[in-house]
Design a protein around this ligand. Structure first.
Ligand code: HEC
Length: 147
């Protein structure tokens, strides 16, 4: 009678860890997850991955103009900037840049996943927590045909 209980507890613990791991959910929320909850969890985990991948990309491509803390410089500050509320606008800005105002386009320099990642990063760093769920598919769609 002892063994099944141990297994059950181990399983519950493992599920809690998986649920809590990537996005830091409190463990006690894990057992309450329904089908929709798991879907949300999967999306949130993707978002966490995107944000994590976006950090080094930001350092390589953006930091020199927007600052290590999004405080701005040659480019506007991204911290606390409402422009970061809409993933579509951020993706477009990164793809096209603003050549006449000093921001280069990144459409050729970065692939869909990289642009989604750096978008997720600037939307959710420097004190920003705009969410946004930027995905490679969104970038692909915004590139349009032939882009
Ligand atoms: C060479 C400097 C430079 C680099 C590199 C650069 N930017 Fe910019 N960025 C600017 C400038 C200048 C603007 C303002 C453009 C304008 O006023 O139209 C801007 C605007 C923006 C905006 C819109 C903010 C607003 O309030 O209008 C976002 C978002 C942004 N940049 C993100 C990024 C990201 C992400 C990267 C890296 C992939 C990046 N930028 C790289 C100079 C730069």
């Amino acid at each position: 009678m002892k063994l099944p209980l141990t297994i059950a507890m181990t399983l519950t613990g493992a599920l809690g860890l998986i649920a809590a791991g990537p996005i830091g959910l409190p463990q006690q929320q894990a057992p309450a997850l329904t089908g929709g909850g798991y879907l949300q969890l999967a999306q949130a985990a993707d978002q966490a991955t995107m944000i994590r991948e976006g950090g080094p990309l930001y350092t390589r491509n953006c930091v020199m103009c927007h600052g290590a803390n999004g405080q701005g410089g040659d480019g506007p500050k991204l911290a606390g900037n409402d422009y970061m509320k809409a993933a579509g606008a951020v993706i477009s800005q990164i793809l096209v840049g603003a050549v006449e105002h000093g921001m280069p386009p990144f459409a050729d320099a970065l692939n869909d996943r990289e642009i989604a990642a750096v978008t997720a990063y600037v939307m959710n760093s420097f004190g920003n927590s705009f969410g946004g769920n930027a995905t490679p598919d969104m970038v692909k769609a915004q590139r349009g045909p032939g882009g």
